[in-house]
Design a protein around this ligand. Structure first.
Ligand SMILES: O=C(O)CCC(=O)C(=O)O
Length: 237
């Protein structure tokens, strides 16, 4: 599915995947170009303009609209999905490769990150209405917490996140990285790519991020969390 916007360019497949899931120098150079020169080094984060076409955004919102339910988080003690006031959006989860558009998006994410499609969790679409937010949090599983054991057994650490904007609210809803003073305004089709770990695979606390409350309008995003290895969930998230 294509429209008149510029699509992110596919990358050369000769680039090597680093065993720690971290971008190597060639890959970093390629991402840097796609991000038009905007990249933080710690945490490694960049914005990819026009990563999705508007048709892809509309398709994902339409699919998700029929399936939305209150968002949950993984409980740090039990590892179960539970509602939490810090994440007040609604969301819908998809299987990898659930339809052709999803497959194309997942392949594009794999091309940019050099992390195989099989390392990705299913896409998750989020809808935030006025006042809804996701307070600053980490995407990685804290290895010292008991609730992290099961998710870590199902594919290892979450090394990277691709956060895609499906629609922008009229006001508010910025994605913030409070510890580095970064605030990214949602733009339909743009994406944020960041790593939650350091090159030695230790978690990076500077990757703390969140969604500021929407002040007017509705914000839709879509998240792909990418693991250290193939993601094989025992139960569906
Ligand atoms: O919607 C956003 O801007 C942030 C979403 C987020 O933090 C996440 O999905 O982990």
């Amino acid at each position: 599915m294509q429209d008149t916007q510029t699509q992110s360019q596919p990358v050369q497949t000769e680039l090597q995947i680093q065993s720690n899931g971290y971008p190597g120098p060639d890959q970093e150079e390629m991402i840097y170009k796609q991000a038009r020169g905007f990249m933080y080094s710690r945490p490694k984060v960049c914005v990819l303009p026009n990563f999705l076409s508007h048709q892809e955004c509309d398709h994902m919102m339409e699919l998700a609209n029929r399936m939305l339910c209150p968002s949950t988080v993984i409980d740090p003690t039990t590892g179960h999905n539970v509602p939490n006031k810090d994440r007040s959006s609604h969301n819908a989860c998809f299987y990898r490769g659930q339809d052709e558009v999803i497959s194309q998006i997942e392949q594009r994410i794999a091309n940019v990150t050099m992390l195989p499609v099989e390392y990705g969790e299913g896409l998750q679409v989020l809808r935030y209405e006025v006042g809804q937010e996701y307070k600053p949090h980490f995407d990685y599983f804290d290895p010292t917490l008991s609730g992290s054991k099961q998710p870590l057994d199902e594919g290892g650490q979450r090394v990277a996140t691709m956060l895609m904007y499906l629609s922008a609210p009229e006001e508010g809803g910025e994605t913030t990285f409070p510890d580095i003073g970064l605030s990214v305004a949602p733009v339909k089709g743009n994406a944020i790519l960041f790593w939650s770990v350091l090159p030695n695979l230790q978690v990076d606390p500077l990757s703390k991020h969140g969604s500021a409350p929407v002040k007017s309008g509705v914000k839709w995003t879509m998240t792909k969390w990418i693991r250290q290895g193939p993601w094989e969930p025992k139960a569906r998230y």
